[in-house]
Design a protein around this ligand. Structure first.
Ligand code: COA
Length: 322
């Protein structure tokens, strides 16, 4: 049986407000705020990469929990913006942490990445393959934003969140689900190659391209039902869920999901207003903010659901133990 036994986060120091973009593209604070809910985001420094943010998030995990991480036996970094394709960022993190012997792998599942990482860690621990797994959702999206595209560059930010998954006496993961609409891959993509997705979507510049309206419609049209499905799988009702933590893509998406479920927004932690859309890091950053402000606490039942590029989603329900 597996549990999340420690948790930490990190965001870079540099705060970017909406006015920053007014000198670069035709936009303004009011438009960004009203369409997305975003007030600020963080950008990593030059030379600061995803494995660096991951390292700081793990340091935060260690200082908050007192846990030892030198003996972890598997490291997963969930990211869309790795330091480079090879070696994977998890291997960079293994070196920086001084972990002696750990398998290392990156998961590329965009904004659903962190929850996919938790699902895999749960499988590893419960099968006995590994005993102590680090799952880190980390992004330096500022390095792959297309600053000429005003519909997307205002959305994204950098950050990291880390969780340690270990065996425990009780099972703290209560349910899982996932699914994909690969036919909509061309609505949100990043490619360095001259290959298309379903006949569209060549992006030789290696920058994020998205059809915002389509992604918005897909998320609002599908995610509420996936949340209901997850709750049912756990044998619970929505009243039993203390917090729903959706991927912090856009405040309007989050509000629409909550409204569709008739679930109170006060119980929906988010990180998008302060940190922008941080993809794989958005769920852990929302959880950390909620914990700091007296929201999520030990013993709560927390539903997390990530969704994005794929288009893919992954959800889980967890008994929070920290
Ligand atoms: N500043 C000012 N105007 C902008 C702008 C900006 N940064 N970006 C777009 N506009 C303009 C458009 O050009 C358009 O102008 P037009 O009507 O003259 O053609 C108008 O604003 C409306 O554009 P539209 O694309 O319809 O806006 P929207 O309400 O759909 O909001 C997003 C755009 C991107 C904020 C929204 O679609 C969204 O959040 N989608 C989901 C994106 C997301 O979360 N992706 C990640 C998922 S994991």
């Amino acid at each position: 049986m597996s549990q999340i036994t420690a948790f930490g986060t990190y965001v870079p120091e540099k705060i970017i407000n909406n006015h920053y973009f007014e000198n670069l593209i035709d936009t303004n604070d009011e438009w960004i705020l009203s369409r997305t809910g975003i007030r600020t985001r963080r950008f990593a420094k030059d030379g600061e990469y995803t494995s660096d943010l991951s390292y700081k998030a793990v340091q935060d995990l260690v200082s908050k929990s007192g846990k030892e991480v030198k003996d972890v036996d598997f490291i997963i970094i969930c990211t869309t913006s790795p330091d480079q394709p090879m070696p994977n960022s998890a291997s960079r993190l293994q070196y920086k942490l001084g972990v002696e012997n750990a398998g290392c792998n990156d998961i590329y599942a965009a904004c659903a990445g962190f929850v996919y990482g938790l699902q895999m860690a749960h499988g590893f621990v419960n099968s006995g393959i590994y005993q102590k797994v680090l799952v880190v959702g980390a992004e330096t999206l500022s390095k792959i934003i297309d600053m000429d595209d005003r519909t997307s560059c205002i959305l994204f930010g950098d950050g990291a969140g880390a969780a340690l998954i270990e065996p425990g006496e009780d099972e703290h993961f209560l349910a899982f689900n996932s699914g994909t609409n690969g036919d909509l891959g061309h609505d949100l993509y990043l490619s360095h190659k001259k290959n298309s997705i379903n006949g569209v979507g060549i992006n030789p510049n290696g920058r994020i391209i998205q059809n915002g309206r389509s992604v918005f419609k897909w998320a609002v049209g599908n995610i509420p039902n996936k949340i209901r499905d997850l709750v049912e799988k756990a044998g619970l009702t929505l009243d039993d869920i203390d917090h729903i933590v959706p991927h912090s893509a856009n405040l309007r998406i989050i509000e629409a999901i909550a409204k569709s479920l008739d679930y109170p927004m006060e119980k929906v932690p988010e990180s998008v207003t302060e940190f922008g859309n941080t993809s794989s890091a958005s769920i852990p950053l929302a959880i950390a903010k909620s914990m700091q402000t007296g929201g999520i606490k030990k013993g709560d039942t927390v539903l997390m659901i990530g969704f994005g590029g794929g288009l893919t989603f992954a959800g889980t329900i967890v008994k929070w133990n920290i």
